[in-house]
Write a protein that binds this ligand. Structure first.
Ligand SMILES: [Ca+2]
Ligand SMILES: [Ca+2]
Length: 202
């Protein structure tokens, strides 16, 4: 009696399952029929977005350009003398350089203490040339920027160069240095190490 009741119950459950399965089948078939209309798809492959190349380089003669290059070495500089350093900047990238700046980093040093220097210079470890040596001006592509500041004053300063550079274009730069006539013996046999950093931006 008990087992036949269980059999009936199990049949009822199976019937319900069957109904659900059949119902789902009918639903899916109907759904299939429902989307059976004209369709079309368009595909676009191989799209890409790449960034531009931003690259400036410097050269002394305009033949080969480098990311890092020593531009000048001036020795035996005398009071009253003016000297020029020339170099070129090139836009090696793929976009226009709209802003170009030059930043100075200056370090003074003593080469040695000459006898006449010893009399007036009490700091054998620290050079004094940067107190006297003046960057008079920067010429760049026909523009003249008057600077008239000592190298010590320029240390850490950034100057904007009034030039724009299209891709592959170069600009000629001249820097005029002067050691004033009244530069005294304290800067005899002194030296300055100058690092120039050029920054380009859009
Ligand atoms: Ca000194
Ligand atoms: Ca000195």
């Amino acid at each position: 009696m008990k087992s036949s009741l269980l059999e009936i119950l199990s049949m009822v459950v199976n019937m319900k399952r069957l109904k659900i399965v059949v119902g789902m089948f009918v639903f899916l078939v109907l759904l299939g029929y429902g989307v059976s209309i004209f369709t079309d798809t368009a595909i676009s492959r191989g799209n890409s977005i790449e960034t531009a190349e931003f690259d400036i380089a410097i050269s002394k003669d305009g033949k080969r350009f480098y990311n890092e290059l020593k531009l000048f070495e001036m020795s035996n500089f005398l009071p009253g003398e003016t000297r020029k350093s020339e170099f070129q900047i090139k836009n090696r990238g793929t976009v226009e350089v709209k802003k170009l700046t030059i930043t100075f980093k200056v370090r003074n040093y003593e080469i040695r203490m000459s006898p006449s220097e010893k009399a007036v210079d009490s700091t054998p470890e620290t050079g004094e040339l940067g107190k006297w040596l003046v960057l008079k001006a920067i010429h760049i592509e026909g523009n003249n920027i008057t600077i008239n500041q000592t190298l010590n004053t320029l240390n850490g300063k950034t100057i904007t160069l009034p030039v724009t550079l299209n891709p592959r274009e170069t600009a000629k730069v001249e820097m005029m240095f002067e050691l004033p006539e009244d530069a005294g013996n304290e800067c005899q046999t002194d030296g300055i190490d100058v690092t120039l950093r050029l920054d380009a931006s859009q």
